[in-house]
Design a protein around this ligand. Structure first.
Ligand code: HEM
Length: 151
């Protein structure tokens, strides 16, 4: 079946994801709802998010190999106490970033936003637990295609 290829390729690989991550963080840091949540932001985040998304969307497993894998990602969100309004705003700003970086690609947009809807719910849930919580083994980093989560 022709499934249109990986989302990673559709976005333009790691460079495309860097552009997406850059555009997103520019918006976050200028946003009065989210900027305070990202008070510990450093420029490394842009690259780390691009690497994470690359692995999720079918690119190389670089987050697993060099950045602590699924568990490290979950741990980054511990203690943030993300509220509904934060998550809603996160999704709005990511939607704007997708529109800027990938204009005129509604099918890819829908697939990305479906992942972000799913992933932000997990981030919000984990963020209610205090820093240092033992998360156990969360398993490998999830993979997401145009058909959704790979089971
Ligand atoms: C699909 C959803 C999400 C993904 C893929 C994601 C990805 C990431 C990644 C890769 C990092 C680590 C950055 C680094 O180590 O440099 C990170 C950290 C962070 N994320 Fe998320 N995130 C998501 C949802 C959210 C949401 C909904 C919020 C809040 C509204 C949020 C707030 C933060 C903050 C504040 C940090 C920095 C924590 C620190 O200082 O280490 N994230 N996120």
């Amino acid at each position: 079946m022709d499934d249109g290829g990986s989302l990673y390729d559709a976005i333009g690989g790691t460079d495309g994801l860097r552009r997406l991550s850059d555009s997103f963080y520019e918006r976050v840091l200028a946003d009065e709802v989210l900027a305070p949540v990202f008070a510990t932001f450093t420029p490394d985040h842009v690259e780390h998010v691009a690497i994470w998304l690359g692995e999720v969307f079918g690119g190389p497993a670089r987050f697993t190999e060099a950045h602590g894998g699924h568990q490290a990602l979950l741990r980054s969100h511990l203690g943030l106490r993300i509220r509904d309004e934060h998550r809603t705003r996160w999704l709005e700003l990511m939607g704007e970033a997708v529109d800027e970086v990938l204009p005129g690609q509604p099918v890819v947009r829908d697939a990305l936003m479906a992942y972000f809807g799913w992933g932000t719910a997990i981030a919000q849930q984990v963020s209610q637990e205090p820093v240092g919580t033992d998360l156990g083994d969360p398993g490998p980093i999830p993979r997401w295609t145009r058909q959704g989560l790979v089971k």
